[in-house]
Design a protein. Structure first.
Length: 253
């Protein structure tokens, strides 16, 4: 069960965030509204939400998930793979220090975006991507081991981050699409297959028996409901324009 979440209000400069989506620039006021609704959804899942101030120096900093991995036993400040995002970790560190968890760090030449990390109980899958390199993954492995966790890597082919393509919904259920459907490392899971035209919804988030699903992906939502979960639809269209999904917008612990 999770009790807390940390989010970061989008800054006006988010319109200049990194994007490959070709969906146009985000509408800032709409993004702010969607972010408020997202916070509300986290609260509906029983979380106490800590909201960090926007920072105009970092257009992508609302995607706070990439800057830190919080496990039940420690927090690991990452070293984001995109140069423009590297120092997002500074403000996150201040918030993390207040949690009382031991703090670890990924350091150069290691790079790691925590959107590439998927937690399955005491095991952590790390996606090797354009953002997360071997050195980053191996530093993470070393840190996790110290706290009694295991980890393994998955090489990504087409997605930005590991959790762009898969989401663990607990009870051995894994939401997945594309390259992950037949991946040998994921063979033990019961796969809920996300249709190609709804691939964005593969990034959904399990929180305390409820699942946040992006708005408008009806087939995926029905499938998740039929698997026995209560779902909450959240509109994050303005964040999708920057390649960001539901999970990227919060740290949950
Ligand atoms: C980026 O390219 O870094 C941002 N525009 C989107 C980050 C999304 N984060 C995630 O999938 N974990």
């Amino acid at each position: 069960m999770f009790t807390q979440a940390i989010v970061k209000t989008p800054c006006q400069n988010m319109v200049n965030g990194i994007s490959t989506a070709s969906l146009g620039k985000p509408d800032y006021n709409l993004a702010l509204k969607q972010h408020k609704n997202y916070i509300q959804a986290l609260k509906e899942c029983g979380l106490n939400v800590i909201v960090l101030d926007p920072d105009e120096n970092f257009p992508d900093s609302t995607f706070i998930e990439d800057a830190c991995l919080i496990t039940p036993r420690c927090a690991i400040i990452t070293n984001p793979g995109a140069a423009s995002r590297r120092d997002e970790t500074i403000q996150v560190s201040e918030a993390i220090n207040k949690t009382g968890l031991p703090v670890e760090r990924i350091q150069n030449p290691g790079t790691l975006d925590a959107g590439d990390i998927m937690m399955v109980k005491d095991h952590y899958f790390t996606g090797l991507s354009d953002r997360t390199n071997h050195e980053g993954a191996s530093q993470l492995n070393f840190i996790l081991k110290k706290y009694g966790y295991t980890s393994s890597t998955i090489i990504l082919k087409s997605v930005l981050h590991l959790k762009t393509g898969i989401s663990y919904l607990e009870n051995n259920n894994l939401l997945a699409f594309g390259e992950f459907l037949t991946h040998p490392a994921l063979g033990k899971f019961h796969i809920l297959e996300v249709a190609k035209d709804e691939s964005y919804a593969a990034n959904s988030v399990w929180i305390n028996r409820k699942v946040l699903v992006p708005m408008g992906f009806h087939k995926t939502r029905e499938m998740i409901k039929n698997a026995g979960y209560q779902t909450i639809e959240v509109n994050v269209s303005e964040f999708q324009k920057l390649d960001g999904g539901l999970s990227c917008l919060s740290l949950r612990f």
